[in-house]
Design a protein around this ligand. Structure first.
Ligand code: CA
Ligand code: CA
Length: 245
């Protein structure tokens, strides 16, 4: 009798294990027979995703810029606009898929909303802006986008509106300004920029490009652009679209 008892629990364990695995295998077998027809008969074949492409953007701006592609910030001028003579060229690498919606913010330096710089010194003046950019598809080496008069801009900070304040001892109160709020989602591919104004092309003599400009080999198609006034238009939003590779 003493030798039989220890075997009883072992026999019970084996019996339970058999029941359990048998139940699991029945459930597992039933899942594909009900789920498989639903996925194959109702879901359309997904369109292949556009292949991401690597690009290089080269930008020279007086004085500062940020760059968005397809609604995403991909880079900005590494030299703070508050740096005196913040002139430099930037090279930014990013990945995106065609078509590209290029959006940029460009800022001419202003000390405050008067639009002036060097306030209170003998050099108190209106600063001026201007910028140039080109984007190269690194898989082909081809320049696929450049600043042109096809770019559309929205001036969001304009000052001084009354240039007779230039010699004022208190330009911060005497100079008038106009600030336009940034439209919602203005970097998005779907944003409607048809009311924005076309860029103006300027000569190098008019913009006076400085440090960094000569370090880039610019495409002949790349133009120095700004909005209608190099001095009074201080902050501008820009958009351009690149449809082909
Ligand atoms: Ca400037
Ligand atoms: Ca200015």
């Amino acid at each position: 009798m003493k030798r039989v008892l220890p075997f009883l629990p072992l026999l019970l364990l084996v019996a339970c294990s058999d029941d359990g695995s048998s139940a699991v295998s029945t459930a597992a077998a039933s899942v594909p027979t009900t789920a498989a027809p639903a996925t194959t008969s109702t879901a359309p074949a997904p369109a292949p995703a556009p292949a991401p492409v690597t690009f290089t953007a080269e930008v020279w701006a007086d004085n500062w810029f940020s760059l968005y592609v397809n609604g995403e910030l991909v880079g900005e001028d590494s030299v703070p606009i508050t740096t005196e003579r913040s002139f430099n060229a930037e090279t930014i690498t990013f990945t995106a898929t065609y078509p590209l919606t290029i959006a940029m913010v460009t800022k001419d330096f202003k000390q405050d909303d008067s639009g002036l710089e060097y306030i209170g010194t003998a050099r108190q003046q209106m600063g001026d802006g201007g910028f140039i950019a080109q984007i190269t598809d690194t898989s082909t080496g081809k320049v696929v986008a450049t600043t042109t008069t096809g770019w559309r801009g929205l001036v969001v900070h304009r000052a001084p509106l009354n240039t007779d304040c230039l010699s004022s001892a208190n330009p911060s109160t005497d100079c008038q300004h106009e600030i336009t709020p940034e439209p919602a989602d203005w970097t998005s591919p779907t944003f409607d920029d048809s009311a924005w104004t076309a860029a103006i092309q300027y000569t190098a003599a008019e913009v006076g490009p400085k440090e960094g400009y000569d370090t880039i080999t610019w495409s002949p198609a790349a133009a120095l652009i700004w909005s209608g006034d190099l001095k009074i238009d201080n902050t501008i939003l820009w958009r351009a679209t690149v449809t082909a590779g």
